[in-house]
Write a protein that binds this ligand. Structure first.
Ligand code: LMR
Length: 409
């Protein structure tokens, strides 16, 4: 008998149990296997058009055609990705003439998606702020805790969502942020809060930024949905407020949703420091975190974004395509609220129209979510998060009838 040191033997003495399926991506796998023709996937945050498709954006297609015609090499990228990509990301997330860009105190690495940005940022922070605690909103994206724990941090929650008002627990949030010590790390969603859809307004961001500046905790901004809330410029307001107040922060941004580049894993980790020299020091450690992890980033997605954002015509086309996605989601929210009302459901769902981005926090209990999955083949993330972008004219009636069954008893 050979030794199985991993302890994976399927016997009574087995030590290692199978891990549970992923809370979000695991749902898609289960949905794919479901034979029910009426099945609906409202789990993962992927934009769908009214036919339930996620086509390649035409601006992306054009960029890819150009790249195919001109590509001459597949050599390694620099560890931090292409410098021109970094510059374009900075201009997109902060605005072209932002002082942090002019003062040369921002550095950006191309990373594999928003998750890659969070993980590289977490590894970097763990190296220089090892004993710190990471704070995430209650609730937050299901993967946040896992990413920071995998990097070795302990993770705690600050108040955010107020279930009774289905809005922000402003008093709880501000009170909790006041208790976080200097040097701890606070993860904040810049827009389209995942999973609640509840964002801070400008005045609330100013309050959060003032606390961050006074207390000295490190903001780590997760910016995965720029352009899906109110617009590319409007959606960066919270980030700008934090940068005005805090000399140092990190931003993980993603092109999965706004360029539809999900499978290309195209994101960025930006670090803003007090001055140019400190930005260089920070970036040198970020490069090490990348090198020991995946060496250097995959190129294709970054080249697509670079091609589009360095061409005015293509940029305008992309902005229109992004605007069309945003408009459809807002329209689906309106139709959803109306259709729920038409089903005679007593609950007031008008809050869905106030939420921003792909997600809506439905208020469904875990039992109701389980019933919808088992009896109706409607897949919703545990906790009640609905990906509104998955609602189409084909599935909205079935969805709302099923919700009426659950909610009216
Ligand atoms: C989501 O929250 O559904 C997306 O961000 C996809 C993911 O990786 O979980």
């Amino acid at each position: 008998l050979s030794i199985q040191a991993l302890g994976l033997r399927a016997t009574a003495e087995r030590h290692v149990q199978a891990a549970p399926p992923d809370a979000i991506l695991g749902l898609t796998e289960a949905w794919k296997k479901d034979p029910n023709p009426l099945k609906v996937n409202l789990g993962v945050g992927i934009y769908k058009d009214d036919k339930g498709q996620t086509p390649v954006l035409p601006s992306v297609k054009t960029a890819e055609e150009r790249l195919l015609a001109t590509a001459s090499t597949k050599t390694y990228m620099p560890i931090g990705g292409a410098p021109e990509y970094g510059k374009l990301v900075q201009a997109l997330i902060l605005g072209t003439d932002h002082p942090a860009i002019q003062e040369n105190r921002i550095r950006t690495a191309q990373v594999p998606g928003g998750t890659g940005g969070l993980r590289v940022g977490a590894d970097f922070l763990r190296k220089i702020r090892g004993g710190a605690t990471v704070w995430v909103s209650r609730p937050t994206w299901a993967n946040h805790k896992g990413i920071f724990e995998a990097a070795g941090f302990s993770v705690k929650e600050y108040a955010y969502y107020h279930a009774a008002t289905r809005g922000l627990d402003e008093a709880g949030l501000l009170a909790d942020l006041e208790t976080i010590p200097a040097g701890d790390i606070v993860v904040l969603h810049v827009c389209c809060h995942n999973p609640s859809g509840v964002d801070l307004d400008a005045a609330q961001w100013e309050k959060v930024a003032a606390i961050a500046a006074r207390k000295g905790w490190i903001p780590f901004l997760d910016f995965a949905y720029q352009g899906f809330g109110s617009g590319v410029e409007e959606d960066r307001e919270g980030l700008l407020a934090m940068v005005r107040a805090c000399p140092e922060l990190l931003v993980s941004s993603s092109f999965s949703k706004n360029f539809g580049l999900y499978q290309e894993r195209t994101g960025a980790l930006s670090v803003i420091a007090a001055n140019r020299a400190q930005a260089d020091i920070a970036f040198s450690h970020i490069e090490i975190a990348i090198r020991v992890n995946y060496s250097n980033p995959p190129a294709h997605g970054g080249l697509i974004v670079t091609t589009i954002l360095s061409d005015e015509v293509l940029t305008n086309q992309w902005l229109e395509e992004l605007g069309a996605m945003r408009t459809r989601i807002a329209e689906v929210r309106r139709q959803f609220v109306l259709a729920l009302k038409n089903q005679g459901i007593a609950t007031d769902f008008s809050f869905i129209n106030r939420q921003k981005g792909m997600f809506s926090f439905s208020g469904l209990s875990d039992e109701q979510v389980a019933f919808l999955r088992e009896k109706k083949s409607i897949y919703i993330v545990k906790g009640g998060r609905i990906s509104v972008a998955g609602i189409t004219s084909q599935n909205i009636d079935y969805l709302c009838q099923s919700l009426a069954e659950v909610l009216n008893g």
